[in-house]
Write a protein that binds this ligand. Structure first.
Ligand SMILES: [Zn+2]
Ligand SMILES: [Zn+2]
Length: 158
């Protein structure tokens, strides 16, 4: 099978893949991205639209302006895609890819809207997840986890 770069939403209703390696990873601080992601900024990476395909379910689109469609999973709400309607480029949320580690951002967009403290985030004190600190919590969370794994599945839930 040809190499591909896959991802999907948290609940597993939507899965997608690129047949070309996504590039141009960046974060966008614009206010529309903050709102659409419910985050401090949007992490995005993309590839030509022709190399993108949805392999399970469908992406629900919201036209955040007359130029842009933002895609998400209608069942779990995961932000998934960003594309100019007339463009030939498809971007996805880096966190929805199965291997986000492979897409370090190379620049920042929309910096006029960057939150004043965003640059300091990397310097905040580190804390692991609760489940790392407490094995009993880890077992409980693992046994009640509904998140789709970071790989394609034949069916879900398995
Ligand atoms: Zn979902
Ligand atoms: Zn933006």
């Amino acid at each position: 099978m040809a190499e591909s770069w896959s991802g999907g939403c948290q609940c597993g209703a939507v899965r997608y893949r690129f047949t070309q390696q996504p590039r141009g990873a960046h974060i966008c601080h614009c206010r529309m991205c903050q709102k659409a992601f419910g985050g401090f900024y949007a992490p995005l990476v993309g590839a030509p639209r022709a190399s993108f395909e949805v392999t399970r379910g469908e992406i629900t689109l919201f036209r955040s302006s007359d130029q842009v469609e933002r895609g998400f999973c209608r069942q779990c709400g995961t932000p998934l895609s960003f594309a100019y309607i007339d463009g030939d480029w498809m971007s996805v949320s880096i966190g929805s890819l199965d291997n986000p580690e492979a897409f370090p951002p190379i620049d920042q967009h929309g910096v006029e809207s960057r939150l004043s403290w965003a640059n300091g985030l990397g310097h905040l004190p580190d804390r692991p997840s609760t489940e790392v600190e407490d094995p009993a919590t880890a077992a409980f969370i693992a046994s009640t986890n509904h998140q789709h794994p970071d790989r394609d599945t034949q069916r879900w839930p398995e």
